[in-house]
Design a protein around this ligand. Structure first.
Ligand SMILES: NC(=O)C1=CN([C@@H]2O[C@H](COP(=O)(O)OP(=O)(O)OC[C@H]3O[C@@H](n4cnc5c(N)ncnc54)[C@H](OP(=O)(O)O)[C@@H]3O)[C@@H](O)[C@H]2O)C=CC1
Ligand SMILES: O=C(O)C1=N[C@H](C(=O)O)C[C@H](O)C1
Length: 256
């Protein structure tokens, strides 16, 4: 019998943390070593970051982009553990820090752990490759609950990256984040993002490929956070004991 994978959870008291903890408790493949709260916070089931880094095989992070990037730096300096990052809302320099840390420790980061979204990413790249930028406009729509703090969502950005990759361009060179006022006509090749925040929506994403006389829409609806939590645990099982490197959910699901 192999010993259980020791897991710590950063953001344990949040919506995702609360979805993950019961699954961890029910799965003999895992042993929960503690939740990581804000610096200096104390409470039932909480341990500090250095204790978690010493005790865990894998840390799951569902906090914020900034907090996750900080934790990654500490883990890399300590030479471990592995990280599964579900947090979204990263600044470019934070993503660079994660890429740098992945030279030392294994890191899997995904803005969405659902099977459906990760399959959708491939379909979006395929459609963007097939439909020419002159004649087919790409717009990405996302809608989430009113407590979400970052926009566009990590998933919308993954879909945008996939569309840009399909077109052979960098997302940064063609993205348009929101429109307001006298915007002028839409330039061909632009990839637009539109964001809604309302009520308790778990996560809605659509990618529109719109031509003058027809529209193709690829979309995904999340109905329950449980599937994000199960995807994160599948990622934790997959990454435990891996070599240093930056991995994605496609590696876990065999989609790459
Ligand atoms: N990849 C995926 O599949 C999914 C990703 N997400 C992403 O996960 C993240 C969390 O989402 P959700 O659970 O809904 O958010 P919540 O706001 O409910 O939870 C965030 C948690 O992070 C903690 N936290 C915030 N800042 C810090 C910090 N500086 N240091 C330590 N802990 C901190 C909060 O603690 P406190 O309670 O003290 O504020 C809280 O426990 C978001 O970025 C979201 O986009 C969400 C769903 C699925
Ligand atoms: O904050 C959320 O709730 C979600 N965040 C992720 C994102 O930013 O894409 C994943 C999911 O859509 C829910």
């Amino acid at each position: 019998m192999t010993s259980p994978i020791k897991i710590a959870v950063a953001g344990a008291s949040g919506r995702m943390g609360r979805a993950i903890l019961p699954l961890l408790a029910a799965d003999p493949d895992f042993a929960f070593v503690g939740g990581i709260g804000r610096e200096g916070s104390a409470g039932d089931g909480l341990i500090d970051r250095s204790a978690a880094i010493g005790a865990a095989d894998v840390i799951l992070d569902f906090t914020t982009g900034r907090a996750a990037a900080e934790l990654v730096g500490l883990c890399a300096s300590a030479g471990g553990p592995a990280l599964v990052i579900g947090a979204t809302g990263f600044e470019p320099d934070e993503l660079e820090r994660i890429a740098e840390a992945a030279r030392t420790i294994p890191i899997l980061r995904s803005g969405n752990f659902s099977i459906g979204v990760n399959m959708l990413v491939g379909l979006v790249a395929q459609a963007a490759r097939a439909l020419p930028a002159h004649g087919w406009d790409i717009e990405i729509l996302e809608a989430h609950h009113n407590r979400k703090i970052d926009a566009p969502s990590g998933t919308a950005l993954m879909l945008g990256e996939a569309a840009a990759e399909g077109r052979g361009v960098s997302l940064a060179s063609v993205e348009r984040r929101g429109r307001d006022g006298i915007t002028g006509e839409r330039p061909p090749g632009e990839i637009g993002f539109a964001v809604l925040r309302a009520g308790g929506l778990v996560g809605e994403h659509s990618v529109l490929f719109a031509a003058a006389e027809e529209v193709v829409t690829l979309s995904h609806s999340a109905l329950d956070r449980g599937m994000f939590a199960r995807g994160a645990l599948a990622a934790a099982r997959w990454i435990a004991g891996r070599a240093p490197g930056e991995y994605a959910m496609g590696d876990v699901l065999g989609l790459v």
